[in-house]
Design a protein around this ligand. Sequence first.
Ligand code: 8YV
Length: 314
Amino acid sequence: MSKPDILLFESYEAWDMEPMQSNFTVHLFPSSGICTDLDQDTRNKITAFAFKGHSKLGAEVIDAFPNLALIANYGVGYDTIDIAYASSKGIKVTNTPDVLTNDVADLAIGMLLAFNRGIVGAEAWVRSGKWAADGAYPLQRSLSGTAVGIAGLGRIGRAVAKRLQGFDTDIHYYSRTQKETPGWTYHEDLVDLAKAVDVLVVAVSGGPDTAQIISKEVINAVGADGLLVNIARGSTVDEEALIHSLKANAIRGFASDVFMNEPNIDERFTKLDNVLLQPHQSSATVETRKSMGSLQRDNLLAFFASRPLVTPVN
Ligand code: 8YV
C-alpha cells in the first residue's frame, strides 16, 4: 500500500525525520513560502500537514490543498492556525499538550530566578574581572517569600504555581473562572492581580482573546518594583507600552521567552539592561522535543488508520 502524502513545515531532527519518512511520503513546504510552488498534482495528494512554527496558517494555505483533512501541530499553542476556517472545511487540527508542560514551567522559574538574582550579569562580573577589581556584585532580589501572580491557570500556569510553592511564595492568579486550588488567591481582574504581586507570570494561551491583555494599565500596575515574566505569546503584551515603561524604569524588569515578530524582535529590547531575553526555547530540550514529535506522529498515524485522534483541538 502506498504511504500517505504529508506536507512538512520547517525542519525536524533526524529522530523525527526517520519515522516520518518510513510512515509517510514526505513533501517539504517550499522555501519560497508560496504553496503554489508545489505542483497541483502534489498538492492534490497531500491530505495532512505536519505543521510547525509560528507562521500564519489560514485560508490561503489551506485552500491550496484541496484534499487536506488534518493539520497536526507540533506545539501546544495553535494561535497562528485559523481553526474556525479549518473546521468550516471539515479539517481536523491536533496539538501536543502535556508533554511540554514541565519544561515550559521550568524555564519560567529559571528566568525568574536568573532575573531576580542577577545570575547573567553576575556571571559576566566574574568573567570580566570586575569581582576582583570592583568588589562584590550589587545586591539583587529574593524570590523566596515573595508574592507571585500567574495570569492563566491552565496546565502550564498550574505547573509554574506548583514549582513556586517550593519557594514559599504567596501565589495569586487570574483566570476566566475561579479554580480549585490549595489556597491560592483568585483575582477576577488582571490589574488587581498585578497590583497584588511582586512578579507577574503570563501563562495564558495566545490568540485574539488574549491579544495585549498585558495592557498599559496592567504594566503600570506591575509597577517600578515588579517583574513581568512571559512564557505565553508575544501577542499577549502591549510591547510598545512595555518598552516605554522599561525605559522609564516604571517597571523593574521583563524576562521573556516570547515576542511579537519572532525571531525579528523589536530591537529596542536588546538595548535595555532591565530585560532577560530568551529565543522561544521553553520546550526546546531533547527529551521534550522527542515527545512532541512522537505525539504529532501519533496523531498523524491515528488519522490515517481511522482511529480517534490522540489530542484533537477542534
Ligand atoms: C513551539 C510553542 O511549538 O508549544 C508551543 O506552543 O510555542 C513551542 O513549543 C516550538 O517552538 C516549535 O515551534
